[in-house]
Design a protein around this ligand. Structure first.
Ligand code: SF4
Ligand code: SF4
Length: 64
């Protein structure tokens, strides 16, 4: 069966994310983790298995 849920894209470029972790805090499925990049900055990564596509993370993000 086709999986219809849409995993949101939190940012397409790191300049669109300040690492505030508001998206992680709002996610009802705890699907978002803050992962350190090679320079030590934290960026959110969505666990596609946990995500239900509710888009609350997108709605809370101040950069959208
Ligand atoms: S809410 Fe937006 S700016 Fe904040 S960590 Fe998530 S994607 Fe980045
Ligand atoms: S769409 Fe919903 S479930 Fe998926 S990462 Fe965002 S807040 Fe979490």
């Amino acid at each position: 069966m086709a999986d219809l849920k849409e995993i949101p894209v939190l940012f397409s470029d790191k300049s669109e994310c300040c690492g505030c972790s508001a998206c992680m805090a709002v996610c009802p499925k705890e699907a978002i983790s803050m992962i350190e990049d090679e320079e030590g900055f934290l960026y959110p990564v969505i666990d596609e298995d946990k995500c239900i596509g509710c888009r609350q993370c997108i709605n809370v993000c101040a950069f959208k």
